[in-house]
Design a protein around this ligand. Structure first.
Ligand code: PGA
Ligand code: ZN
Length: 431
C-alpha cells in the first residue's frame, strides 16, 4: 500500500480534566489513516516541549484553537507528499517548520498529536497495529509491568499530601493480566480501608483515592495495609512505588512539606525519603529532589543503593541530552518516557535509546490530563519498554490503556503476554 501523506487534519477535543486538547488525523495515499490525541501534564518540567494555548478568557486560557490551526495549516503543508513510514523525516520537517528549541511556535501539543498520528497511519498502511509495526525485527515482544496509582496527591489532589503518586507494582505477577488482577484487589482493599476509617472522599486527578490523610506516612501505612488486606505479601508480591514530584514543592534546595508543616533542605528531604525506603517495601522513587538540584539527586541515588529505581521525570523531560548529562553525574537510574515532553516520537525514541545506552531502566508514562488515546501502550510494547505508568485503576482514560494492553497480550501468540523475566528488572536482586 502506498503511504504518502495526502492530508493532515487537526481538531479540538477534550481531555479527562475537561480541558481542550489537540487531535490530529493523518490520511495516506493508499487509504490508510491514523489518529492521535495530545495529553497534558499538571506537574510540568521546565524543559518540556511547550503546549500552545490560546490564552485569553475562554476555558481559563487553555484553548487550543491556535494549535489546531497549526496542524491544519503549516504542519499539513510541511508534511503532505512525504512517506509516513519515514517517521524521522516527518518529525524533522515539523521541527524545522517550528524553528524554536521548545516547540512553542507550532506547539508541542500540535506536534506530538501529529507525530503519533503519522505512526498510526504508517502502521495501518502496513496492515498492522502500531505495537507490531514498531516491534518489527524484535525477537522478543512482552507486555510492560504496570505501575498503578492507589492514592493521588501533590498537584493532582490540591496538595492534600506532598507526595504526588502512591503507586503499587505487582512485581510477583507472572503475566500482565495477573498484574492487573492483583492491582484491582489492592485498589479495592484501599477503598475499603478508607471507607472504614471515614476517609473516603472520592478520587484525585488520575483516579487514585483522594488522600484525606494527616501525613505522607499515613498514606504509606494505609498502602501497606491495603496490600495485606488484598492477600499479598508487601514487597515480594506487590511493592510500593512513589512519585515525589519534588520540583512542585521545592526550589533552590529548599522544600516545603505542607503535610508536616515544615521546610527542609535537600539533605533533610533525602533523609526523610531514605527513612521511608528503610521502613516500607518501596522499589521505585520518582523525582525525589527538584529538577534544579542535580547534585543532591546524585547523592540520593548513591545513598539509596542498587536495588531501588530512582526515576527521573522533571529532571530529564524525555530528552536524550538531559539523560546523558544526568547519567554522567549518577543522578538517577531510570528514565520516565513521556512523548509529549519531547514533542515528537523520533525524539522520544532518542531519549529511550540514550537511557538504554546509559544502562538505565525506562518507564513509558501517561500524563495527568489524558484521553481515550492508547498510543503509549503501543509504544511501550513496540519499543520493548519493561514498565508502564498510566495513573490509577479507575476512570476510562486510564482503563482504556490497561485494557489495550490486554488486547495486545491476547494478540501475542508467543509468550501469551508474559511479563519479562523478573530477574531482568533492576530490583531483581533485592527480591
Ligand atoms: P503530570 O504528572 O502528567 O501532571 O506531569 C505525571 C507525573 O508526574 O509523572
Ligand atoms: Zn512524575
Amino acid at each position: 500500500m502506498t503511504a504518502e501523506i495526502i492530508a493532515v487534519k487537526g481538531r479540538r477535543v477534550w481531555d479527562s480534566r475537561g480541558r481542550p486538547t489537540v487531535e490530529a488525523e493523518v490520511h495516506l495515499s493508499g487509504g490508510a489513516c491514523g489518529r492521535a490525541i495530545a495529553p497534558a501534564g499538571a506537574s510540568v518540567g521546565s524543559g518540556e516541549a511547550v503546549d500552545k494555548r490560546d490564552g485569553g478568557r475562554a476555558f481559563g486560557g487553555y484553548d487550543v484553537l491556535l494549535a489546531v490551526a497549526a496542524v491544519n495549516g503549516e504542519i499539513a503543508e510541511a508534511l503532505i507528499g512525504h512517506d509516513a513510514r519515514d517517521q524521522a523525516v516527518a518529525d524533522a520537517l515539523m521541527i524545522a517548520c517550528d524553528g524554536t528549541v521548545d516547540k512553542s511556535r507550532l506547539g508541542g501539543n500540535a506536534m506530538v498529536a501529529t507525530s503519533m498520528a503519522i505512526a498510526h497511519a504508517a502502521a495501518c498502511a502496513e496492515n498492522m497495529p502500531l505495537w507490531r509495526y514498531l516491534a518489527k525485527g524484535c525477537d522478543e515482544i512482552f507486555l510492560p509491568l504496570p505501575e498503578v496509582q492507589i492514592f493521588g496527591g501533590g498537584a493532582h489532589a490540591g496538595r492534600r499530601v506532598d507526595v504526588q503518586d502512591f503507586m503499587v507494582v505487582a512485581v510477583g505477577a507472572r503475566t500482565y493480566e495477573q498484574s492487573l488482577e492483583w492491582t484491582a484487589e489492592v485498589y479495592r482493599a484501599a477503598g475499603t480501608l478508607m471507607s472504614e476509617a471515614g476517609l473516603m472522599q472520592g478520587v484525585a486527578d488520575e483516579g487514585g483515592f483522594w488522600p484525606a490523610f494527616g501525613s505522607n506516612e499515613q498514606a504509606l501505612d494505609f498502602l501497606v495495609r491495603a496490600i495485606e488486606l488484598a492477600g499479598f505479601a508487601p514487597g515480594d508480591e506487590v511493592a510500593i512505588s512513589l512519585d515525589i514530584a519534588a520540583s512542585d514543592f521545592g526550589r533552590g534546595g529548599r522544600y516545603r512539606l505542607a503535610a508536616d508543616d515544615r521546610e527542609v533542605d535537600s539533605d533533610g528531604l533525602s533523609e526523610m525519603l531514605l527513612s521511608w525506603l528503610a521502613r516500607y517495601p518501596i522499589i521505585a522513587i520518582e523525582d525525589p529532589l527538584g529538577e534544579d538540584d542535580p547534585e543532591a539527586m546524585a547523592r540520593f541515588t548513591a545513598a539509596a543503593g542498587e536495588g531501588i529505581q530512582i526515576v527521573c521525570d522533571d529532571f530529564i523531560c524525555t530528552s536524550a541530552g538531559k539523560i546523558e548529562a544526568a547519567a554522567a553525574i549518577g543522578a538517577g537510574n531510570t528514565a520516565l518516557i513521556k512523548p509529549n515532553q519531547a514533542g515528537t516520537l523520533t525524539e522520544t525514541k532518542a531519549a529511550l535509546d540514550a537511557a538504554r545506552l546509559a544502562g538505565w531502566g525506562s518507564i513509558v508514562s501517561a500524563r495527568s490530563g489524558e484521553t481515550e488515546d492508547v498510543t503509549i501502550v503501543h509504544l511501550a510494547v513496540g519499543w520493548g519498554v519493561k514498565q508502564l505508568k498510566v495513573g490509577s485503576f479507575a476512570r476510562s482514560e486510564r482503563m482504556a490503556k490497561w485494557n489495550e494492553g490486554l488486547r495486545i497480550a491476547e494478540a501475542l501468540t508467543q509468550g501469551g503476554g508474559a511479563l519479562p523475566a523478573r530477574q531482568s528488572f533492576p530490583w531483581g536482586q533485592r527480591l
